[in-house]
Design a protein around this ligand. Structure first.
Ligand code: NIG
Ligand code: FE
Length: 394
C-alpha cells in the first residue's frame, strides 16, 4: 500500500469524475493498493484515516499519469550524427538513411542491441514514460528482424514488427514484400503484438502496404501504419480502411484524410510525432485541425537515430503546445490516455480506480509547466506498477 497526499494538482484522466477530460483534482491524495493498482483518489481532506497515517506528503507538487509513448524505434546499432550534421547544413531528410542504421544493426551483437535499447528505455523512464511501444525495422533480413524483435521483448510487451521499413539493398521490392509477408512474418510474429509499414515516398506504396498489413492481420497481429510523413499519399486512407489502431506521423493531410480519421470515432487514432518535424526541419502538422474535427490524437516521441533521436515526452508536449496549436490539457491527455488509445489499452494512461499505478511526480504545481518550461527537467519521481522506479517521492 502506498498513500500520497499534498498533491497540488492530480491529473487522473478520469472523465467520470466530471472534472473535465483530465479529471483534475486540486489539493489531492491518491492510494495504491497491494495489487499495485489505483485504489483511491480524491481531495486530501477526504483521504480515509486508515491511509492518512502513513501517507507521503509531496508539498503541493503535481502528479500525472505516466506517459504512454506509443511509437519508438529503440532497437538499432550506431547513430546518425553525421547525417544530422549534414541535414543541419541544408541536406534534406529521406527514408534512405534507414539503410545506414540497417548496416550498423546487422553488425551489432544481440548484447549491444539489448544494452542500447535498455539505455534508451531507462532514459525514457526518467523523463516519466512508464509504457513504451518499440519496433524492429533496422534488420531487414529474416535473421536480423527476428533478433531485433527478441531484443524488443526484453524492454516492453508492446512490440511491433516493422520489417517493411525500407527495402534492403540486396532485394527488389517485390522479392522483399514476399519475404516480409512470408518467412519473415512467420519468424517474427511470435515476438510481436503489432505489425507496421512505412507507407511513404522512398519506402512502400499503398498496394504493398495493404498486402503486408493483410498478412500481419492473418497472422494475428494488430495493425498500425507510418503514413503521410514525407508527402501526401494514400497511407492514412488505407489505415482507416483497414481499421488500424493508429496512423502515425500524419504530417501531410487532406480534408478527406481528416474526415476519414474522424469517422472512425476514435477506433483509429492519429499519432503526431512533433520531434520528428523538429529534427528534420519539417512543417509541424496542425493538431487543432484534427481535434476540431473530432479525431482522437496521441503524441509520441518516434525515438530513432535518424529523424527524432529523443526519448523526451515533456519535449513532445512542449512542441505540441507551442507549435501545433494544442492546449496544455490536450497535449497532456494525448501523451498519456491518447497513447494508451493508440495501443488499445484501458489499464494505463489514466489514474482511475483499478488502473495500473503508473505515474510521475513533477517538480511543479501543475502539468502546465511541462509546456511552459521547455527543456527543463521537471520529473522528480516515477512510479510504475506501484513501485518508485526513478527519483524519490520524498
Ligand atoms: O518514424 N518514418 C520512418 N521511420 C522513422 C525514421 C527512421 C530513420 O530515419 O531511421 C520515423 O521517422
Ligand atoms: Fe517511426
Amino acid at each position: 500500500m502506498l498513500a500520497i497526499t499534498g498533491i497540488g494538482t492530480l491529473v487522473t484522466n478520469d472523465a467520470s469524475l466530471e472534472r473535465g477530460k483530465l479529471g483534475l483534482v486540486k489539493d489531492a491524495a491518491l492510494v495504491v493498493g497491494d495489487d499495485n493498482k489505483i485504489a483511491w483518489t480524491g481531495e486530501s481532506i477526504n483521504l480515509p484515516r486508515e491511509f492518512a497515517n502513513n501517507a507521503i506528503h509531496v508539498g503541493g507538487r503535481a502528479i500525472i499519469p505516466g506517459f504512454v509513448d506509443s511509437h519508438t524505434h529503440l532497437v538499432f546499432g550506431g547513430d546518425r550524427a553525421t547525417e544530422f550534421e549534414a541535414r543541419m547544413s541544408g541536406k534534406t531528410y529521406t527514408a534512405g538513411g534507414i539503410r545506414t542504421t540497417m548496416a550498423a544493426t546487422r553488425a551489432s551483437t544481440n548484447d549491444v542491441l539489448v544494452a542500447n535499447a535498455r539505455r534508451l528505455a531507462s532514459e525514457a523512464l526518467h523523463t516519466g514514460t512508464t509504457t513504451l511501444e518499440t519496433k524492429s525495422g533496422y534488420g531487414l533480413s529474416v535473421l536480423d528482424e527476428t533478433r531485433s524483435l527478441q531484443v524488443a521483448t526484453s524492454i516492453t510487451s508492446e512490440t511491433t514488427f516493422l520489417g517493411a521499413h525500407v527495402v534492403p539493398p540486396e532485394s527488389t521490392i517485390d522479392e522483399y514484400v514476399n519475404l516480409v509477408c512470408g518467412e519473415m512474418l512467420t519468424q517474427c510474429a511470435p515476438n510481436a503484438k503489432w505489425i507496421d509499414v512505412f507507407c511513404d515516398h522512398g519506402a512502400f506504396d499503398v498496394d504493398h502496404a495493404q498486402a503486408i498489413l493483410s498478412a500481419g492481420a492473418h497472422a494475428g497481429l494488430g495493425l498500425r501504419i507510418h503514413a503521410n510523413q514525407l508527402q501526401h499519399g494514400g497511407g492514412v486512407q488505407l489505415g482507416v480502411e483497414m481499421g488500424v489502431a493508429s496512423c502515425d506521423h500524419c504530417t501531410h493531410l487532406s480534408d478527406a484524410d481528416v474526415s476519414a480519421l474522424a469517422d472512425t470515432k476514435g477506433k483509429t487514432v492519429a499519432t503526431l510525432l512533433p520531434t520528428a518535424e523538429l529534427c528534420t526541419r519539417a512543417k509541424f502538422p496542425d493538431a487543432r485541425r484534427l481535434l476540431d474535427a473530432g479525431v482522437t490524437v496521441a503524441l509520441a516521441s518516434d525515438c530513432n537515430p535518424g529523424s527524432s533521436y529523443t526519448t523526451s515526452m515533456p519535449l513532445v508536449i512542449s512542441l505540441a503546445v507551442l507549435n501545433m496549436n494544442m492546449t496544455c490539457d490536450e497535449a497532456l491527455w494525448s501523451a498519456t490516455a491518447g497513447g494508451a488509445a493508440a495501443l488499445r489499452r484501458t489499464d494505463i494512461g489514466a489514474l482511475h480506480v483499478g488502473a495500473q499505478a503508473d505515474f510521475a511526480l513533477l517538480n511543479s504545481p501543475s502539468h502546465i509547466h511541462l509546456a511552459y518550461r521547455p527543456g527543463v527537467k521537471l520529473v522528480d519521481a516515477v512510479v510504475r506498477q506501484g513501485k518508485c522506479v526513478a527519483g524519490s517521492l520524498a
